[in-house]
Design a protein around this ligand. Sequence first.
Ligand code: GLN
Length: 303
Amino acid sequence: MTVLEVIQKSAEFLARKDVDSPRLQTELLLAHLLKLPRMKLYLNFDRTLSDTELDAVRELVKRRGQREPLQHIVGSTSFCGLEMAVNRNVLVPRPETELLAEAGWDFLNSRGSSRHEEAQTQPAKIDQSLLTSAATALDFGTGSGCIAIALAVKCPGARVVALDASADALAMARQNAGRNGVSERLEFFHGDGFAALPSGFRFDLLISNPPYIPSAEIATLQTEVRDFDPHGALDGGPDGLDFYRLLAGRAGEWLRPGGKIMLEFGDGQAAAIRKFFAAPGWSVEAVRADYTQRDRILIARWH
Ligand code: GLN
């Protein structure tokens, strides 16, 4: 069979299994197997696949047909142009979360340079810890580490702390930090909520894509999400809002004056979350939409 024939047959198979974008998914699997960029497949349509290659494609296509996510099958995904390994212990990073990370690094970089200027012009006003540590960020519930790692890569002067309740997720995040060359600038803590953080820490930015699916809705999610993403990364409690309540109540204690919180949230949750952040100490600066024009990100300032 030729590359083109395999693509056509496999795409039909995946379509029958209700997989979204079956042709694209097939091409990505085949490109992975043949170690070619996807576009190169088009130059190889007439190439005949060996029996070994055919067996291997069938196996991959079968797994995708059982609704295993493409990212799990190929073992990684791209986040903000960085390669992140993923497995069943971490939520597969989504494109909308790239917008959150981008808002985070814009702020951290501006914060780092304004602190630097202040230190130059008014050294007496700045306490020593601020001089030695540049801008600092906390990724609350880091999972694969994608946000923390993107911040470390895009903000070379920043120090980034990443927290997760899952030791298995942290193992993946550490691996991803190494893969992207930022292990030295990231610190990992294992624990539920803020309990694991040393009490003196203060951050310029607390950033998080917390679990936000209402518990009862998890059963209704796409198979790829429901059966393969860890439920600990999805389940936001009865109304999906547990983590926003916690963060609106507690995050201020961990922020420096003028620090910000940036949070991803789910469909229809904006109004409820704005209310939590109407609490004293916070001012909501922005609610931003994702690529599909749905409100997705809240940015609030602490005092
Ligand atoms: N964005 C994920 C989804 O749509 C949910 C991730 C989360 O709960 N933070 O499945």
